[in-house]
Design a protein around this ligand. Sequence first.
Ligand code: NDP
Length: 333
Amino acid sequence: NRQFRLAKRPEGKPDRDTFDLVETDVPEPGPGEALVRTRYLSVDPYMRGRMSAAESYADPWDVGDPLRAGAVGEVVESNGAGFEAGDIVVGNLEWADYTTAPGTELTAVDPDVAPVSTALGVLGMPGRTAYFGVREVADVKPGDTFVVTGAAGAVGSVAGQIAKLAGARVVGFAGSDEKVAFLEDDLGFDAGINYEATDDYRAALDEAAPDGVDAYFDNVGGPITDAVFDRLNVDARVAVCGQIAHYNATERPTGPRKLPALISKRARVEGFLVGDFAPRFEQATTQLGEWVATGEISYRETVTEELESAPDAFLGLFEGENIGKQLVEVGEA
Ligand code: NDP
């Protein structure tokens, strides 16, 4: 059994030395537990927070701990866990070939509904984050102009499409021409902005969102967010989902720099965690499943092969290497 552990706490950007690959015995499932073989492993930006000792919403890992992630796997053995060998499940598993987990912490995945990998993306945590962030936090209404950053990523790509379904004009910031083409041609965004190709985000916004911004879904923070704050309309709503531009920072930012822009616009800025909506996850997953089935929502996955590629897949999130949800497909050990 191959297993990745936290080798050391990263200073600034993590690198390959952050990770240790070790061989262990295949674990034995205890009472109520299942032994699960990993098929798809999710890598997510929030894992950067767990690598640091600083307090965050997810508990920090200790050095030497096995890394964990949302994962889809196949039950190999069930010790009264309520599953049978061969069942496909999603849960929080180790970055490893095999993990044992209590049956109560695993959820069945129906392979007939959609490819099982979607339980980690459009039909999983990122899809639900987009769903609740757009509808409940950003409170998008018909006729709004909606802007999303990290727009070609797992959460952003779904958020923009849900805002479109809610009747908004949708504008996305992403880091390459290829991603902008994906937003405009494949996902139906009204406009995409390649932020790597311009320094003048305000001018780009004036062109893409000529009526200003009513709802902003922020995955990124930093100077793009400064520019969007300068273009908010009266009564704008800002859903703060993530701040990936800051996750590797070694110094704290000095605070939101554009608060004066919020005063005259009476704008509301609200952070949220997808977990806050747990009682309604099923509703969101069902709705997302219907939209995917009817083609109203499209999705893309970027999949690297083999467990060994997990660190690079994770590090690639900070370089924008993924389009849509970044996954690792774990082969047979
Ligand atoms: P993504 O699939 O969007 O991957 C991250 C993307 O961020 C990259 O592809 C890259 O795209 C972009 N990016 C990286 N660094 C920067 C930067 N410095 N400036 C601008 N863009 C950058 O990840 P997820 O969809 O999984 O997550 C998106 C955000 O949502 C993250 O901030 C994450 O922490 C947050 N999140 C929050 C949740 C919550 O409950 N609040 C739940 C899930 C996610 P590009 O090429 O465009 O730069």
